[in-house]
Design a protein around this ligand. Sequence first.
Ligand SMILES: [Zn+2]
Ligand SMILES: [Zn+2]
Length: 258
Amino acid sequence: MNKIRFTFLGTGAADYPEDFGMAKNKFDKDVRRASCVLINNQFLIDCGPHVLESLKIKSCSPYKNTKIFITHTHSDHYNQKNIEDIVKKAHFPVKIWCRRDASIIKISDTEIIRMTEGKKYFFGDGFSVIATDANHDEKSFPQHYFFNFSGKKFFYACDGAWFLTRSYYLIKDAELDMIVFDTTCGDYLGDYRMAEHNSIPMIRNMLPSLRTINAVTSKTKIFLSHIAPSLHKSHKETCRIVKQDGMIPAYDGLDVFL
Ligand SMILES: [Zn+2]
Ligand SMILES: [Zn+2]
């Protein structure tokens, strides 16, 4: 079976710089663009303000069988203009996936798939996806995605703090191959965002329980994303801080193969 390729086009939060300066047209581990993942050069998770530039830097062109999975409608994840640009370049009608009640503006040549929570949808060759509501600003219609790529299980959990009970049951005994956590806040206690975003200590607390319920096992790749540079140390220092916990901070441009 061919490996599934996950490309982190962005790993930052909403505190990205207005001007990328020296990091324009290239990736820098300490200058993060808005979080976004491209799977197999076809499927985008989120389509925020920097996606076109990231695709260019990475020389990726996801215009064949394009699907866009929107996690929620905050502006660092959902950019109407950039979606329209991708739709224009796409070879086939683009499918946009979102929460059942999301305010998504219809664009011609697209199909909007409003997902029922907990329902399994099949797409591609042996691929499926289930959405589950996230613990995040309700007005942004947040959801996490549980993908199954021909047996490779991937849970994408940005944005959202902790997990809701439904998500717990969804990933219980899943033996995930890969999980991506919202890690907006760094390695400190007391941040006020505890009901919308995670910090490193919150994930540190969750991981042993996720191991107990067999969601995470020794083979699970544990990535941190949606990292707010203003709330974190440098990328290198963050790698050092979380190494003993088995977590890997993602960075813009990173490719992971499963
Ligand atoms: Zn965000
Ligand atoms: Zn958000």
